[in-house]
Write a protein that binds this ligand. Structure first.
Ligand SMILES: C[S@@+](CC[C@H](N)C(=O)[O-])C[C@H]1O[C@@H](n2cnc3c(N)ncnc32)[C@H](O)[C@@H]1O
Length: 328
């Protein structure tokens, strides 16, 4: 069983701190964490934040980001997920606003990931907003990144070279393709299986992609504004350790109960491999997954190859499977 500590403890596997993240951050030794991933308050007056002046907001984000930088390992990454600050109908994209803080720290921007989703407010005086961004920074050039665990199915998995030395061999990577920097992942709205009372919850699969590609098993992942504990869930189901701070007691309770449910194998999440719902699709959608943190009986996600097989089920995929095994 994971040991859930309420303060930073190097021997714990999960840290869930109730209080201001700056207090928790001050107790974490420098260069401890492999990945910082968070969605901070946007200063738009949600129930968990007090709207302040933009300069006060900027300064408070700066203090937290500087501390995240201090605790980050040299090969580590910071993923800051934000949307827009809105004032009287005028929008300010927060990634643009906050970028100078990261730049001053000499962090290197690797991707500006567009997280596109289908549901949200219907605007009347501008186009309805349907994306937010994740700024992915690394601390140095010597950073850890492995795209293999998060490859997605190829569009034409059976495509082969038609001439030359490789004639007849598969021309695309049988493990799947790079998911690119535009991610289509449903946001957690009322009928989403992961929905809690938190008004701004991450979908687990969004964080799984970052955890799987930017960390190794046993690494620490940190979310200074952890809300309902999504970052801890995405980390623990892949055998990473996670630290989170949350200032609101009711969200800490939710995070704790989700972590416990994952421990017991009772937490339902939307699987990473599940395609966006398409009412006209002839193939059935993949069912929700029940996750478990125990190594021996964890639910193993379908690989992109299994997924291709499920959807295409032809002998070419069998060939690609054999090929994938041979290169492992
Ligand atoms: C955008 S939400 C994050 C939601 C989270 N990603 C999830 O999946 O549930 C931001 C969270 O930060 C919390 N928060 C705000 N200021 C904080 C602070 N100084 N320290 C810790 N948590 C804080 C809020 O209560 C809120 O739950």
């Amino acid at each position: 069983m994971a040991r859930i500590a309420d303060h930073f403890d190097p021997n714990a596997t999960i840290v869930l701190y109730e209080g201001n993240c700056l207090t928790l951050l001050g107790t974490i030794p420098e260069e401890t964490v492999q990945l910082v991933v968070t969605s901070p308050p946007y200063n738009i007056g949600k129930e968990y934040e007090e709207k302040s002046s933009l300069s006060a907001y900027y300064q408070s984000q700066k203090r937290v980001i500087e501390e995240c930088y201090r605790v980050l390992k040299p090969e580590g990454s910071i993923c800051w997920q934000v949307g827009n600050y809105v004032d009287n109908g005028e929008i300010l994209p927060l990634d643009i606003f906050l970028y100078p803080i990261f730049q001053e720290l000499n962090l290197q921007l690797r991707n500006r990931i567009i997280w596109h989703y289908g549901h949200g407010l219907h605007a009347t005086k501008r186009f309805s907003g349907r994306y937010e961004t994740i700024l992915w920074f690394t601390k140095t050039d010597d950073y850890y990144f492995n795209v293999d665990p998060i490859r997605v199915p190829q569009k034409y998995p059976e495509k082969k070279y038609f001439k030359g030395e490789k004639r007849g061999e598969l021309s695309c990577n049988p493990l799947g393709k790079n998911p690119t920097d535009v991610w289509d992942i449903p946001n957690v709205k009322a009928d989403h299986i992961e929905k809690t009372i938190h008004p701004a919850q991450f979908p687990v699969e969004l964080i799984e992609r970052l955890v799987l590609s930017m960390t190794k098993e046993g690494d620490w992942v940190l979310d200074p504004f952890c809300g309902s504990g999504t970052t801890q869930i995405a980390s623990m189901i892949h055998q990473r350790k996670a630290i989170g701070a949350e200032i609101e007691k009711k969200y800490v309770e939710i995070a704790r109960s989700r972590i416990m449910a994952a421990e017991k194998g009772e937490l339902r999440i939307r699987p990473m491999e599940r395609p966006i719902y398409d009412p006209s699709a002839k193939t059935p959608s993949i069912h929700p997954k029940i996750v478990h943190t125990g190594k021996s009986n964890k639910t193993v996600p379908l690989s992109p190859i299994d997924l291709n097989r499920q959807f295409k089920n032809n002998s070419v995929i069998e060939t690609s499977l054999r090929f994938a095994k041979s290169i492992r």
